[in-house]
Ligand binder design. Structure first.
Ligand code: HEC
Length: 137
């Protein structure tokens, strides 16, 4: 009886851990590259991480909303509620895209949690911030 319980426990733990392991990013992408500002590095990451497949930065709607001019805009969510976009919101959107689904868009954005280093995340936020030059943070 004890043995059965023990095995069941182990099986469920194994089940929880059965997420496929993702390759870690190459060592070169871990720190601010020489000669780049944080926003410039963010722009490069935006391309290499595939953000640009779904988000334009020129006002055009794609699978996701355009990210230029995002800061300071009120974002309304599918399940109700709203927020004014700022750095905290961008960060949260990248790590937990399905926490708040933006109204009129689908929940198709993958989470980047565990795929980006803190420095990479900061750089992406700095880049997206730079696309809204007139907004307060
Ligand atoms: C497969 C398409 C896809 C990819 C790839 C993707 N996104 Fe998204 N993203 C979306 C969609 C669709 C939404 C709106 C639905 C939602 O809130 O999850 C969204 C929402 C967002 C928002 C909130 C924007 C708003 O309109 O309020 C931000 C910020 C964002 N994404 C940034 C990023 C960044 C940065 C990357 C790359 C690291 C990225 N996304 C990659 C599809 C994508």
């Amino acid at each position: 009886m004890v043995a059965t319980l023990c095995c069941a426990g182990l099986a469920s733990v194994a089940g929880c851990n059965s997420r496929p392991t993702e390759p870690s990013p190459p060592e070169t992408s871990r720190g601010l590259p020489a000669g780049f500002t944080e926003a410039e590095w963010g722009e490069r990451l935006f391309a290499s991480e595939g953000c640009g497949r779904c988000h334009s930065v020129d006002g055009r709607r794609g699978i996701g909303a355009p990210l230029d001019g995002l800061y300071g805009k009120t974002r309304h969510f599918l399940r109700g509620g709203s927020t004014v976009a700022d750095s905290r919101y961008v960060r949260e959107s990248v790590l937990h895209p399905n926490l708040h689904i933006v109204e009129n868009y689908k929940a198709v954005m993958p989470s980047y949690e565990g795929r980006l280093t803190e420095a990479e995340l900061d750089a992406l936020v700095a880049y997206i911030r730079s696309l809204s030059p007139t907004a307060a943070d």
